[in-house]
Design a protein. Structure first.
Length: 345
C-alpha cells in the first residue's frame, strides 16, 4: 500500500505566502532551438522581480552553470542575496512540472513533498530521468518527508483555490500517454489523497500549440477561493475560439463545495504568435503569483496592456508586472511553467 500524506496536509493556493520560488536554470538548447541565448535576459528579469518578495532557489548542474546564471542576474540588477543555487542537475527548465509539490499542515507547521512521476508530457522529450528525481533530492537536502504516489502528474495540469478544490482538464489527465491504467475516478482519488483536496472540477481541451496536451495553467486560473480568470479568444475565425468558448460555458455550470457558482473574469488572448510556421501557446493565463508581484507574460501585441489592466484589478494587493515572453514562449511555456512555489508554514 502506497503511503499518502497524513490528514491535515494540503497544497495551498498560489497566492498564499511563499518561503521561496523554485526554478531549474534553462540549458537545453533543443527546447529553444536557435534562440536559447535570447531568453536569459527576460528570465533573469523574472527572477529579479520575484526576489523582491521572497527567496528564489535555482537548480543548476554545477558551479559553472551557477556562475553563468549569476552573470545574467547581475546584468539585470537582481539581488543575489535573495537567490540560492542547488546542484541538482535537470534535463530541462520546466520546474512547474518536474519540481516538488509542497504540502503544508497549517496547524502543526509541518511541510511535506509529493514526488509525482514525471515522463516529459507523455514521453515526448526524453531523457527526463534527472527531472523525475528533483522533488526527492530537494526533500532529502532539506529533511522534508517525501511521498511517492507512483503515477504521472504535472504541476501545470492542476490549479488550486486553497479551499479544497482543484481545477484540471480531461485533455491532459485522461490522456492515454500519462496513466492509461487509471479511470477518471481513480485519478480523482489520487488528486484528493495526495493534494489534500475534496473536489475536482474538469474542463476540456487546452489551447492550440500546447505540447502538454492541455495544461490548465494556459487557460483558467484561480485568483481567489471562488474566482477564476479564463482566457477567451475574440476572433471567431481563430482556431482557439470554440475551445475557449466551450471552457467558458463549462465554467459557468460549475459549483464549488459550498454550492456557489464561480465568479468568472474573462481575459483576452494575445494575437496569434507564429514562429517558424508553428503556432505557439502564448497565453496571459500563464502568470505566476509571487509574494510581492504577479508576473505576466507579454507578447508585443495590442492586448498586452488590456491583460495587465484586468489582472491588476484581480490582484489589488500585488504589483502586476508584464515581462516580454516572445522568445521564452518558443520553448512552449512561460513563467508559470518555469516556476514552482514553496509555501510558508
Amino acid at each position: 500500500m502506497v503511503q499518502t500524506p497524513p490528514k491535515g496536509f494540503s497544497f495551498p493556493a498560489e497566492w498564499a505566502p511563499h518561503t521561496a520560488t523554485w526554478l531549474s536554470w534553462p540549458h537545453k538548447e533543443e527546447s529553444w532551438p536557435g534562440k536559447i541565448d535570447k531568453i536569459y535576459s527576460r528570465y533573469a528579469e523574472f527572477i529579479k522581480v520575484v526576489a523582491e518578495g521572497e527567496l528564489v532557489r535555482i537548480n543548476v548542474k554545477d558551479e559553472q552553470m551557477a556562475a553563468f546564471a549569476k552573470k545574467q542576474l547581475i546584468a539585470v540588477g537582481a539581488d543575489l542575496s535573495k537567490i540560492e543555487f542547488y546542484e541538482f542537475p535537470t534535463n530541462d527548465a520546466w520546474c512547474r512540472d518536474h519540481g516538488p509539490a509542497f504540502l503544508i499542515n497549517s496547524e502543526t507547521k509541518e511541510k511535506v513533498i509529493v514526488d509525482w512521476n514525471y515522463n516529459a508530457w507523455g514521453n515526448k522529450y526524453p531523457p527526463y530521468d534527472l527531472d523525475d528525481v528533483i522533488p526527492t533530492k530537494i526533500g532529502e537536502h532539506f529533511g522534508i518527508p517525501v511521498f511517492n504516489p507512483g503515477i504521472v502528474m504535472e504541476g501545470g495540469s492542476v490549479d488550486f483555490n486553497g479551499k479544497g478544490t482543484i481545477l484540471t482538464t480531461t485533455a491532459c489527465l485522461l490522456n492515454e500517454n500519462r496513466n492509461p491504467h487509471l479511470t477518471k475516478e481513480q485519478i480523482e482519488d489520487y488528486l484528493k489523497n495526495y493534494y489534500g483536496a475534496e473536489q475536482i472540477l474538469w474542463l476540456g481541451d487546452g489551447i492550440i500549440g500546447d505540447d502538454t496536451d492541455g495544461h490548465i495553467d494556459d487557460i483558467t486560473r484561480f485568483i481567489n477561493e471562488d474566482t477564476v480568470v479564463t482566457v477567451v479568444e475574440e476572433d471567431p475565425n481563430d482556431e482557439n475560439y470554440h475551445i475557449l468558448q466551450e471552457n467558458l460555458e463549462t465554467l459557468k455550470t460549475m459549483r464549488l463545495l459550498n454550492d456557489k457558482p464561480l465568479n468568472i473574469v474573462e481575459l483576452p488572448m494575445p494575437t496569434p504568435l507564429i514562429y517558424e510556421g508553428q503556432r505557439l501557446p502564448a497565453s496571459y493565463a500563464n502568470f505566476y503569483i509571487a509574494n510581492a508581484v504577479v508576473v505576466v507574460p507579454t507578447f508585443r501585441c495590442d492586448n498586452d496592456a488590456r491583460a495587465l489592466e484586468i489582472l491588476q484589478k484581480c490582484f489589488p494587493d500585488r504589483k502586476v508586472v508584464g515581462i516580454d515572453s516572445t522568445d521564452i514562449i518558443w520553448g512552449l511555456g512561460s513563467f508559470h511553467c518555469l516556476s514552482q512555489q514553496e509555501p510558508a508554514v
